[in-house]
Design a protein around this ligand. Structure first.
Ligand SMILES: *Cc1c(COP(=O)(O)O)cnc(C)c1O
Length: 386
């Protein structure tokens, strides 16, 4: 029996290898912000989502340590059983205020927040209208719901309108989009999305994984950027990107938060967020409010990378976010570019099919507040040599 199972695994892995889609982990021996050591060699990383360097901030580390001392390493139970800690409440209050909302609920991860929220609200007989470039966690949530899934062209409001027309025959309709897209770094027209959804009596949801702490005058996200705070019905995000910790959240009305406790299975059947993760996320959100210079420095670095990419003809327009993809084209070419950068001590991740369409492979640069002028100049030299 075991032999047959192992044979099955071997065949599946061989298939992945044959189609060039085999994936391997790379052990990180140590890291200090963008300086990482992999397999015994030092590199400068342009791959982390810790855009503001908050995972390393001394106040964040102190808050996490204090929470472990006070609560222990784990929450010990799901929130509804006996794991509803004061630190969770404080974090929920903080993120709700940060997003200009009545209330919020935190989840173990952003992935689980998307799965739990969408499935608590949307049932068979309903429809979800989804941007074609939405994150896998939204796609999986849509599939699990059993609702009709209507996919509109990326950022295209005419296509969204067409799909909303098609969705009219369904019961409840949800429009779901990322606000800052995780591969392309572009920004959805969130005010227009909210307006269109309302026009059709649909609900709107944004995934602010890469927007929280980054866009808008004080980093509160896309609603702040487009001056439409409160227009979106469901605001989802993570503490795992610019917040530098771990965990996900759903922010909205008091009733929405109440609904999560009553019918979101990933909230109900999962242990409360670890105290250290909760406390560090809380402290990071406070730092975002008191230290706007971290964002200012980040965007200086974004400008630098944009200038280099534009000069080398690797981008046509500057990216408005720290997610800066450089289109290479062919899969083999992109992998070669990745290897050339790596030889120079630079980690710039390559995005290939199925993450992006065939023939649109790219190198995706993630800029960070912690990148120094020296790091950025090495990147510029590496890109020029490609
Ligand atoms: C990373 C990411 C998630 C998942 O968040 P985790 O907290 O890492 O599980 C969801 N949506 C988008 C757009 C993301 O980039």
């Amino acid at each position: 029996m075991r032999e047959l199972f192992e044979k099955y695994l071997e065949n599946r892995l061989a298939q992945a290898r044959d189609s060039g889609l085999y994936r391997t982990l790379r052990a990180v021996d140590s890291f200090d912000g963008p300086e990482v050591e992999l397999e015994g060699r030092k590199y400068i990383s342009f791959a982390s989502n810790d855009y503001l360097g908050l995972s390393r901030h001394p106040d964040v580390i102190a808050a996490a340590s204090e929470a472990i001392g006070k609560y222990g390493a784990g929450a010990g139970a799901s929130r509804l059983v006996i794991g509803d800690l004061a630190i969770h409440r404080e974090l929920e209050k903080q993120i709700a205020t940060f997003k200009g909302r009545e209330a919020a609920r935190v989840f173990a991860t952003g992935y689980l927040a998307n799965i739990g929220a969408i499935n608590s609200l949307i049932k068979p007989g309903d429809a979800i209208v989804s941007d074609e470039k939405n994150h896998s966690s939204i796609i999986d949530a849509c599939r699990l719901s059993g609702a009709k899934i209507l996919v509109y062209r990326h950022l295209d409001m005419n296509s969204l309108r067409e799909k909303l027309e098609e969705a009219k025959e369904f019961n409840n309709v949800l429009v779901a989009t990322e606000s800052v897209f995780s591969i392309d770094g572009d920004i959805a027209p969130v005010a227009e999305t909210a307006r269109l959804a309302k026009e059709f009596g649909a609900w709107s949801m944004i995934d602010e994984a890469h927007a929280t702490g980054i866009i808008g005058a004080s980093g509160r996200g896309s609603e702040e950027l487009f001056d439409c705070t409160g227009e979106i019905d469901i605001v989802m995000g993570t503490f795992s990107k610019a917040v530098g910790s771990q965990g996900g959240f759903i922010a909205g009305s008091e009733r929405l938060a109440e609904m999560m406790v009553n019918s979101s299975r990933t909230f109900i059947y999962s242990t409360g967020l670890a105290p250290a993760a909760s406390a560090s996320a809380l402290e990071s959100l406070r730092i975002m409010e008191r230290a706007p210079e971290l964002r200012e420095r980040l965007f200086e670095n974004v400008d630098f990378v944009n200038q280099v990419a534009l000069k080398l003809g690797m981008r046509k327009t500057p990216s408005e976010t720290p997610v800066i993809p450089l289109t290479i084209g062919g899969e083999a070419e992109a992998v070669k570019a990745f290897e050339m950068m790596k030889d120079r001590g630079l980690i710039v991740p390559v995005m290939r099919y199925p993450t992006v369409p065939m023939g649109e492979a790219c190198l995706r640069i993630s800029a960070s507040t912690l990148h120094t002028t020296e790091h950025l100049e090495k990147l510029a030299d590496g890109l020029a040599a490609l």
